[in-house]
Every structure is written in C-alpha cells, then in structure tokens.
Write a protein that binds this ligand. Structure first.
Ligand code: MRU
Length: 365
C-alpha cells in the first residue's frame, strides 16, 4: 500500500482516512474536516485501533484550532474526543499531548503548532512500529531456532493490530512484516474476532494485500490448533497496559492467552509506549471496558454473491445480547511485551526501564 491510514490534505484544513467500515468489500477514502467529524469517525469506527484513533484525535484538535484555538474551545473538543471510545489509552495520551503543547503557546501560534504536533505523532507512530517490528523479529527468529525442523513460522493473531490499526506498519503485525522482509516463511492464523470481525474483514484483507500467507479461523479454533502444535507464537496488540503488565485488548484475547499458557506457546504483546498507562495497576479493576451496541452481535453484515451489501439478523428477535469490546489478560499470562524501546517482561520493574525520555513516553510516565 503506497499510503498511510490517515494523511492531511494540502493546506491543513482536513485529513483523509480509510473508511474501515467498508473493508474488505470496498476501499473508500473519507475526508474529515472538523473535530466533530473526527469524533464521529472514531465513535462509529471508520477509524479504529488504539494508535490510529489517537493520531486521528490529534488532528481533530488541529482542526479545532482553525475554528477557535482558545483554552475553553480546546478543552471542550478534548473532552468530546476523549469521550468517543473509553478503553484505548492512546486517545487520551494523544489529546493530552496536544493540549499540553498548545496551552503553552499564545493563541495565534496554536494552529500551526497543532498541525505540526499531529504530524509528529503520526511520524513517531510509524517509527515506533518499525522498531517493534525489529525487536519482534528477534523473538520470532528465536522461536524458529527452537522449533524442531525449523520451516514455516505459524503466528496466531487476534483482531487487527496491523497497519490499518496504526498510522503505518502495525504493532502486532510489524514483526510479521519484518520476518517477511528478512526472508522467513511466515503464516498467520487470523482469528475472525467476533462480533465486529476485525480479523476476518481487516487483518485478512491487509495480509492479502501484503502477500502474506494466512488462514482465517473461527475464534474458537485457536486452542485446538495450539494443542496440535500448529501455533508457534501468538502476537496481539493492546489498547492499554498497566504498570504491572496487565494487558487490555480486543475481547477474546484473554482466552487465547489461557490456551497459549496451557500449551507452552509464547504469548507476545506488541505495545507502543503510547499504550502504556502508568497511572493504573490492576487492569481488571481499573481499565474502563467499552460496551457497544448489542446490534453488532445480533446482526452480521457482508456482501451477497450478487455484490449487494446485506445485513442479517443472527439471533432470535427478543434475545438479549451483551457486547463487551475488550478484556484484560493478566500479566502472568504474557510471555513478553514488545515495545519500541525493546522487549520486556510484563511486570512493574521491567516496564520501569522503558519510562521517561521523549514525547512518546507512557501515559503518566
Ligand atoms: O475495537 P478496535 O477495532 O479499535 O480494537 C482494536 C484492538 O483491540 C487492537 O488490538 C488494539 O487497538 C491494538 S491496534 C495496534
């Protein structure tokens, strides 16, 4: 793919994004020209994935500065953007970073600074993901060395933490791309990821575009494959990691971690520092878990053989449904976290070695 998942329009009034609701059946680019449009696109998941919603929100604030760059207007917009999706901390991280940068400046200088800072967030995201890819590649090469007979590496992933979920390159899929570039024979088991099917719709599409061998599996298949020795490693992304290493990610991640633990399969989490929330400790108790419309569960959308888009009901009319977007995998089930600053164990002492430094430091870090 020649371009990123979001890019500013020349003249700095709007951004273009890929409308991910249309994938894999249509590649549609949408233009977002106001903070309200950005908030809607995040809430309705035209854009999704923790790093991408953070970057997009940063541009939402940049658009706000074109209208009214006063402290009050920025605070209102920041509040609206942060309220769109509660779980991924990258959103608050990016908004806080923008507000801190802008409030330090006279109002007249805020517009230019805001567009610059949002672009910086995007560049840093791509750089972080490339570094995650290189660190992850080292782990994958070790996994391959330990594999009797070597050969093909089978990676299982959940949801979409590829380049579609970031500005570019992806987090969980960055090591897969690095492995491909290095010349390893890599195959990805793609969890369909009910109910929104980010695996079946987005990861499968992305990997097909990249020419990477992959197979879509039902969410319930991973444990069986692990028992049969057909998964060499699990790599997932994350929406928030606490200082003790609990990992919040797409609903169903926890079950994969349990199965990986039971079968001695390494369970790696790709974690840009923008996803580390140093303020929180106990993930299950403290991370807000998004609950989405039950219709995502009771109905399913796709394309008929005729090419017509259709949405059909799956469940009996009247059966209640409950739709949590995320779950928490306790640190003890995480083999390692792959950050842009290196690979660390999922515990407070190891995570502390990643703190501080430049603007990409952890939230609260
Ligand atoms: O609800 P989504 O599609 O935004 O959820 C995405 C995930 O859970 C990803 O795994 C996570 O955001 C990491 S993306 C690099």
């Amino acid at each position: 793919m020649p371009h990123r998942t979001l890019w500013p329009e020349a003249g700095e009034g709007a951004v273009f994004v890929i409308d991910q609701r249309q994938l894999p059946h249509g590649f549609v680019v949408a233009r977002l020209a106001s903070a309200a449009a950005v908030a809607l696109a995040i809430r309705e998941m035209w854009v999704r994935g923790a790093p991408l919603i953070g970057a997009c929100a940063a541009y939402g604030l940049a658009m706000q500065t074109s209208e009214d760059a006063s402290d009050a207007a920025l605070a209102r917009t920041a509040f609206a953007l942060m309220g769109t999706r509660p779980t991924a901390v990258n959103l608050a991280w990016a908004v806080d970073r923008m507000i801190t940068r802008l409030q330090a400046l006279p109002v007249a200088q805020r517009r230019a600074a805001a567009w610059h800072e949002a672009a910086l967030i995007c560049d840093e995201d791509e750089a972080a993901n490339r570094a995650i890819g290189e660190h992850g590649l080292k782990l994958l090469r070790e996994v391959l060395e330990r594999k009797p007979g070597g050969g093909r590496l089978n990676i299982l992933t959940h949801c979409n933490a590829g380049w579609l979920a970031t500005v570019d390159r992806g987090t969980a899929l960055a090591p897969v791309y690095a492995a491909r570039d290095f010349g390893l024979d890599v195959h990805v088991w793609v969890d369909e990821t009910r109910p929104r099917n980010q695996g079946a719709s987005l990861t499968a599409w992305e990997l097909r575009e990249e020419g990477i061998a992959h197979t879509v599996i039902a969410d319930n298949t991973g444990g069986h494959l692990m028992q049969k020795g057909q998964v060499d490693a699990v790599i997932v992304g994350c929406d928030r990691v606490t200082r003790r290493g609990d990992v919040c990610n797409k609903i169903g991640t926890y079950l994969k971690a349990l199965a990986a633990h039971d079968n001695g399969v390494p369970f790696y989490v790709a974690m840009p520092l923008s996803t580390l929330d140093w303020r929180l400790n106990d993930g299950l108790a403290e991370i807000p878990i998004e609950e989405r419309d039950a219709r995502e569960l009771t109905h399913i959308a796709g394309v008929a053989d005729s090419g017509e888009r259709v949405e059909v009901r799956l469940t009996p009319a009247g059966s209640p449904a409950l739709n949590f977007g995320f779950d928490v995998t306790p640190a003890r089930l995480v083999t390692a976290l792959i950050s842009e600053r290196g690979v660390v164990a999922a515990n407070e002492a190891a995570l502390a070695t990643l703190r501080g430094g430049n603007g990409s430091a952890a939230h609260g870090g």
